[in-house]
Design a protein around this ligand. Structure first.
Ligand SMILES: O=C(O)CCC(=O)C(=O)O
Ligand SMILES: [Fe+2]
Length: 556
């Protein structure tokens, strides 16, 4: 967003289209500034392994899952994966009646991180074996028989279970793989659906496990409650097994989140009676302890203030960012009293007949929350236009996606939908800033940046300006990267909330000490650049992890 004549005084800078974010934790010792260069992607769709990082395509996965369950009664019951699939799905069936009002696509199901983790888990771990059995049934259509005279004898001795690779091919009749005729129709329908959508892969299971660890830490969820299916006072039928705890612990360990890994290993240890597994977990915990206390604790006392060896279970550091994410407000009542609500036409003829309602939230940085500035119809149009253009949000410090930013991005140019120019005009009228996307040299605002968050999706705290976050000499070092940047540095950010969420997902400003809860139809607006043209350090902000629900925003 660039200044109009009314809000002039900020130099325009040429540069490439980039987005900025701060590394690991911005104030972690050694954590540097990262730049993320966004690409104008062409058509993008759900991507294998990236379903967990945006919930935009998750409903398709739940629909596929429901079709898998319909086909299970046609399969021989001895397949162990079949039983596990049914058991896992049963939690969803029970909660659909209870939480989802009878609809398994209700957001209370599809926005619940435990149900998301479970649906991903059954499709990644159990579906492949079921799919292989379906393949065998389909291949032997019209010619299903035993190839060996001992098949029936072997099957009585459980060889179908013990030796499925041989038996499924050679003893189809005795192993119960000669399906009822209607199964073939069902297999074809399921295949057709499977071709149309993207199914979760191992990377989604990894991402969902890390999301649970992140949510547990930021929202201080009692870890045992989470394992018992309780997320933020919503209780589900999901139960995390010892192996689930180990998976979450392993992923946290890999992400160097040792304190979190330690807690999940502890729970895994407590929930198994298998002495070998207990010994294995103890061994891993010893190494986690060494990593944490030996490598990190002495250098990073701010983040690792306690040695794990001194505390059975370490309380993770409760940063003020995490507190803001939980809705804590650091402003005193006296400070809050300075800020008021307004109904105003903002001196714009465009708003005379329909003035805007807003709250002044803060004055350093200047920050406002506007209410009912985008209609439900417009929200749906933007989401539908963005859905197939979404791709995983990145940061430039890495050529791979990182867990600091778990969302998908779509850039919508004004012409992509007739509603978009009107929305841009509305932002201009309210803020007094030009945002038009005319010719390159006149371009004053970026395209609309639509974000759809994933399971526990978040954007670690960062600054939005691209150049003012570094010393001036560096702007030129960045050189060609920025020379085509048509609309200059980011002066201010306007962010529409395209959805509310049931819990979490606030936008938190750790240095200003305020956070804003997403409410569909509202928009938060703040200046990142001070009137003297310099970066306002206090404009640092982040999108808190989404605890329950689907979060969509759109930035200008
Ligand atoms: O989603 C949010 O609350 C913040 C998003 C954000 O800061 C950004 O996209 O730059
Ligand atoms: Fe931001």
């Amino acid at each position: 967003m660039a200044p109009s004549t009314r809000h002039s005084g900020v130099r325009r800078i040429s540069g490439d289209r980039v987005d900025s974010t701060i590394g690991l934790r911005a104030d972690t010792p050694g954590g540097g500034t990262l730049l993320f260069c966004f690409l104008h992607s062409g058509e993008a769709h759900a991507i294998s392994g990236e379903l967990y990082s945006s919930l935009a395509h998750m409903n398709d996965v739940f629909v596929f899952d429901s079709k898998v369950v319909e086909i299970l009664p046609y399969l021989p019951p001895y397949l162990p994966e079949l039983e596990k699939y049914k058991e896992s799905h049963n939690c969803l069936a029970v909660d659909t009646g209870r939480l989802g009002g009878g609809d398994f696509l209700s957001v209370s199901i599809t926005g619940n991180p435990l149900h998301l983790y479970f649906v991903i888990k059954r499709l990644v771990l159990y579906w492949p074996a079921i799919n292989r059995a379906l393949q065998v049934i389909n291949d032997s259509r019209g010619n299903c028989k035993d190839m060996h005279t001992s098949c029936s004898y072997w099957s009585k001795w459980y060889e179908c279970q013990k030796n499925p690779a041989y038996m499924m091919i050679n003893c189809q009749l005795s192993c119960g793989l000669c399906g009822k005729p209607e199964i073939h129709e069902k297999i074809i329908a399921l295949r057709a659906l499977g071709y149309k959508i993207v199914l979760p892969s191992a990377n989604d299971l990894r991402g969902a496990a890390i999301a649970l660890a992140r949510l547990q830490q930021v929202y201080r969820l009692p870890i045992a409650d989470l394992a018992e299916g309780i997320v933020a006072n919503v209780s589900t039928s999901v139960r995390l097994s010892t192996y689930d705890c180990m998976r979450i612990a392993n992923e946290s360990n890999f992400e160097t989140e040792y304190a979190s890994a330690w807690q999940w290993y502890s729970l895994a240890h407590a929930t198994t009676s298998d002495p070998d597994l207990k010994a294995l977990i103890k061994g891993i915990m010893y190494s986690v302890k060494r990593q944490h206390d030996g490598l990190h604790q002495p250098n990073h006392t701010k983040y690792f203030p306690q040695k794990l060896s001194e505390f059975e279970i370490q309380d993770p550091v409760d940063s003020n960012y995490a507190q803001l994410c939980r809705g804590f407000n650091f402003m005193s009542d006296k400070e809050k009293a300075k800020f008021r609500c307004y109904v105003s036409s903002r001196e714009s003829p465009f708003l005379t007949l329909q003035p805007v309602k807003y709250e002044h939230l803060h004055d350093d940085p200047e920050m406002y929350l506007f209410h009912e500035v985008i209609s439900p119809k417009e929200v749906v149009m933007i989401q539908d236009t963005a859905r197939d253009k979404l791709y995983r949000s990145m940061v430039t410090s890495s050529d791979k996606p990182v867990e600091l930013r778990v969302s998908h991005t779509a850039w919508l140019q004004n012409y992509t939908h007739p509603v978009l120019p009107n929305i841009a005009k509305r932002i201009s009228a309210i803020t007094g800033l030009h945002v038009f996307e005319g010719s390159v040299e006149n371009m004053a605002g970026e395209h609309l940046q639509v974000l759809s968050y994933g399971i526990g999706g978040h954007y670690n705290f960062h600054y939005d300006p691209l150049l003012k976050i570094m010393p001036e000499e560096k702007w030129f070092e960045a050189g060609s990267k920025f020379e085509n940047y048509p609309c200059g540095d980011r002066v201010a950010t306007w962010m529409f909330y395209l959805s509310g969420v049931e819990a979490g997902g606030r936008t938190a400003f750790p240095q200003a000490g305020v956070s804003v809860a997403p409410v569909e139809g509202s928009a938060v607006f703040w200046y990142s650049i001070k009137k003297n043209g310099l970066l306002n350090d206090k404009s640092q902000h982040g999108g808190c992890p989404v605890l329950l629900g689907h979060k969509w925003v759109a930035n200008k």
